[in-house]
Design a protein around this ligand. Structure first.
Ligand code: GLV
Ligand code: MN
Ligand code: MN
Length: 396
């Protein structure tokens, strides 16, 4: 059987801790080869679609398939489970079904979506967004990583044709139903004493870039009264994010990335870019939080003699997973708990197009997007068996 231990050494990040595995980088390409090999060992035939998503077919490819899987990329310094657990569980579920003597009565595929975290090109769920048309090919191909490499260049060097990147009606038609297993990113299942649950909903969420420009100058020679320091404005934006989200029930706002230019200890930066991740129960609340932070940003930038521009880099409204599917999944599993999540997933992108469900596996630390993310082997095994049972029912 395949296990997470097989890829434990791939993309380990000694500087940050955890794993740094990003869309189409050397590490992710190695993981793709590993997946292709594992799928091949099972007699699954692997195809890469126009947007870099991998499909391993059990039997002949076809429309209306039962599809399961997740992603192999991570956030910078992420945990071992977010993404890979869903891929490994999908492969193991095939093993379990085979051992049960099951043969799918419908097309059946294991999928690996590309660049789910947006850790390299900034837009989360890039592979599924491109496939469904939630982002245009032009906008996506222009995205660039921190070294200035564009998505167009990255996909080309991964052997794909950038001119074919974009909405893929054929791939979408092939998905009849999608089930993604994922490590829980919270302690809901710990509190409920349950190893496995189903997802009920995903918060509305998005990413906004705040670019603040001021005047680069000397840290020692520039009097305090003479400064137009974008870092001072940026610091107040960070605090405004905390305040704005705290004022709206259920909202979250995070600044996890901030880049001063040029970035020297003895240099007043000429500009600062920071990225806001904001989430809330619905569109109105999310937009209200972002509007409040944007208003503060304009005010504090003006006070500092700086200029700020704000651009939305990605957005997704609240997702409520297909209730009928969720109930039947829960039924197959003997009535497991349903939990909402604040984390985004490819399943959330697909939910606007096809019936979609998610299974969560208990995470004793409750931590995710950090090396402490964890799931016990027994709970992962329970997740695999649960996934296999759900897929068996769907693919009968
Ligand atoms: C992805 O895991 C996200 O929620 O940002
Ligand atoms: Mn994640
Ligand atoms: Mn994930």
């Amino acid at each position: 059987m395949t296990s997470l231990a097989d890829i434990a050494g791939v993309g380990a990040d000694p500087r940050r801790g955890g794993y740094s595995r990003h869309g189409f980088d050397r590490v992710e390409l190695e993981l793709r080869s590993w997946f292709t090999e594992e799928a091949g060992r099972r007699g699954l035939s692997v195809e890469c679609d126009r947007n870099g998503n991998l499909w391993a077919w059990w039997g002949a490819p076809g429309d209306g398939a039962v599809v399961t899987g997740s992603h192999l990329d991570s956030v910078p310094g992420g945990g071992a489970f977010d993404g890979p657990l869903g891929v490994v569980a999908a492969l193991e579920a095939v093993d379990v079904l085979r051992a049960r003597g099951f043969v799918p009565g419908k097309p059946f595929a294991v999928v690996v979506f590309a660049e789910e975290e947006g850790g390299r090109f900034g837009v989360a769920c890039l592979g599924s967004r491109l496939l469904t048309g939630a982002i245009s090919a032009d906008a996506a191909l222009r995205l660039s990583d921190s070294d200035g490499v564009t998505l167009a260049e990255a996909v080309r060097s991964a052997g794909l044709d950038p001119s074919r990147v974009g909405p893929d009606a054929e791939a979408l038609r092939r998905i009849g139903v999608f089930v993604e297993l994922h490590v829980e990113q919270g302690r809901g299942l710990v509190d409920l004493g349950a190893p496995v649950g189903v997802a009920s909903s995903i918060l509305a969420h998005g990413r906004w870039r705040f670019s603040i420009s001021g005047e680069g100058n000397h840290a020692g020679a520039t009097l305090m009264v003479d400064r137009r320091d974008p870092m001072v404005a940026a610091a107040q934006v960070v605090l405004a994010a905390r305040r704005a989200a705290t004022a709206v029930e259920g909202a979250r706002a995070t600044v996890g990335r901030l880049i001063p230019n040029p970035g020297g200890t003895n240099v007043i930066p000429s500009s600062v870019d920071l990225w806001l991740d904001a989430r809330a129960d619905d569109d109105a609340r999310t937009r209200a939080v972002v509007a409040e932070i944007t208003a503060v940003a304009s005010e504090v930038a003006a006070e500092e003699g700086c200029v700020v521009t704000v651009s939305e880099e990605s957005y997704g409204d609240t997702v409520v997973f297909d209730v009928g599917l969720r109930d039947s999944v829960s039924g197959v599993l003997g009535g497991v708990p349903a939990l909402p999540t604040g984390a985004g997933h490819d399943a959330g992108i697909l939910a606007g197009h096809v019936p979609t469900a998610m299974l969560f596996v208990r995470n004793p630390t409750g931590v995710s997007h950090a090396p402490e993310e964890f799931a016990e082997a027994d709970d992962c095994a329970a997740g695999v068996v649960a996934l296999a049972s759900v897929l068996e029912e769907l693919a009968r």
